[in-house]
Design a protein around this ligand. Sequence first.
Ligand code: NAD
Ligand code: TDX
Length: 352
Amino acid sequence: MNVLVTGGAGIIGSNFVRLALAERAAWRIVVVDALTYAGNLENLAGIEAGFPGRYRFVKADVADAPAVEKIFAEEKPSLVVHFAAESHVDRSVLGPMDFVRTNVLGTATLLDAARKAWREKPGRFLQVSTDEVYGALGETGAFAEATPIAPSSPYSASKASADMLALAYHRTFGLDAVITRCCNNYGPYQFPEKLIPFMISRFVDGEKLPVYGNGMNVRDWIHVDDHNRGVLLAIEKGRAGEVYNLGARCERKNIDLVRSLLELLLKARGVAAEKLESRIAFVKDRPGHDWRYAIDPSKAERELGFRPEVPFEEGLAKTVQWYVENEKWWRDVQSGAYRDYVAKVYGGQTSE
Ligand code: NAD
Ligand code: TDX
């Protein structure tokens, strides 16, 4: 079975490719990724050798219709797992249009190519989405699939638009589309702009840790492997036209999470405990900062048998260990050296 995985060079996509090739022997995966600033071929290192004949990488922009149609014609995929996106909220505040282009137009381009390619033999389109489409919660409650969408940032509005297009292609054209909406991911290969790897890299560099606002905002956390196991379940057991929320019932206030990180780093790097609190700096709040996210995953648990396996404290400790042991990986990202790897493989054609 040929599977297109878009955005496979990002954190979630690259971990998905590893998991799926290991656990689904009949799959051959074609990664389609534009290698933007967030795409890192080092995240996929070793896969070609580890799974000979079952992996191909194509550098392409999902919003480029001729390129996408060519890939569909060459590979005849029966499944598309669509991870590719501009994913960082702060960047969407600085420059919303890249988000509209990739997340809205890119998703529409893929859906339309799938509609045309699957006229005779239908395939499945898995749209990877986010809890952020539901907007912000107050102190209580959780997002269910029936919660009205009310996105706050250009990022979440562009993801909500993509979800609406996927559902419209299902209703209008009968396209077999399934949507998963997951909470905040953590784990190896996460670009060091996201909270956890950003704080780790700042700590190691002796910099202050900038906590937005009063640090009382709440995020709901899941290990990337648990998210990806949920995506596999939605692919194989999900009903067409349905949305499945994925989460591990693991809410943490940002400030508490930063303090846990500090304690773990203290163990890993041997820094004096009394110096830790002075490392935290409360800074200006993010514009439109959603107060609280919490996912109710009971539909996925009931219908898909979804059961997250990684306890947060254990997953966080392993993740900190990974960043400590793989300092070269994030140093190459900080310095831009990871682009050289792209240049070596693709003759300098990066997409920035
Ligand atoms: P990421 O930023 O780490 O990676 C995104 C990948 O998409 C990169 O490899 C990038 O090169 C690629 N890409 C970007 N624009 C592209 C384009 N126009 N054409 C082809 N490829 C392009 O993102 P991530 O955190 O791995 O997120 C993957 C998906 O999961 C996204 O759709 C995101 O909205 C969703 N999601 C993320 C989280 C999270 O916590 N990170 C939570 C829920 C849902
Ligand atoms: O330096 C920081 N200081 C800080 O207080 C950063 C980078 C973040 N924060 C706060 C903002 C959020 O409340 O930490 C929380 C997490 O921030 P991010 O890592 O930027 O994630 P978030 O905005 O919650 O969005 C993430 O989860 C849902 C992903 O980036 C999205 O792609 C996903 O859809």
